[in-house]
Design a protein around this ligand. Structure first.
Ligand SMILES: [Zn+2]
Length: 129
């Protein structure tokens, strides 16, 4: 897999991820990230909240067979109501796609959006208009 160097996320998608995370707090939310990948840059433009997700405290999962896996699929986002901005061991073993996004409570803005590559290394994220 080619390396991801940078991640960009639309202001709308970032705002929606934070809003849904706040709405579901203290439960976890999970969503898929869609956009494009070009020359090491992932651009996230849309998010899909997975309808069959099971939301719970410290637990969020979905059925991968209902996932819209297409060329626009960039990865999965989920929230950490605990506020810990790092992937858990379980997060890393269930990594899908090019990037993983973790939203941390209190879900204010970019400060609460954390992005990691498939190996769990932190990537810089830029919010774009
Ligand atoms: Zn997690």
């Amino acid at each position: 897999m080619l390396m991801v160097r940078r991640v960009r996320i639309s202001r709308e998608a970032a705002g929606l991820l934070l809003a849904v995370s706040r709405e579901l707090y203290p439960r976890e939310m999970i969503a898929t990230l869609h956009g494009s990948y070009r020359k090491g840059v992932v651009t996230i433009k849309e998010i899909y909240i997975i309808p069959d997700s099971v939301y719970g405290e410290g637990f969020a999962s979905f059925n991968p067979y209902t996932m819209p896996l297409d060329m626009s699929f960039m990865g999965v986002a989920h929230s950490h109501p605990s506020g810990v901005g790092l992937p858990s061991h379980e997060d890393l073993t269930h990594m899908m796609g090019r990037v993983m996004v973790i939203l941390t409570a209190p879900y204010r803005d970019e400060r609460d959006i954390h992005v990691f590559d498939a190996k769990g290394s932190r990537l810089e994220v830029e919010v774009i208009d």
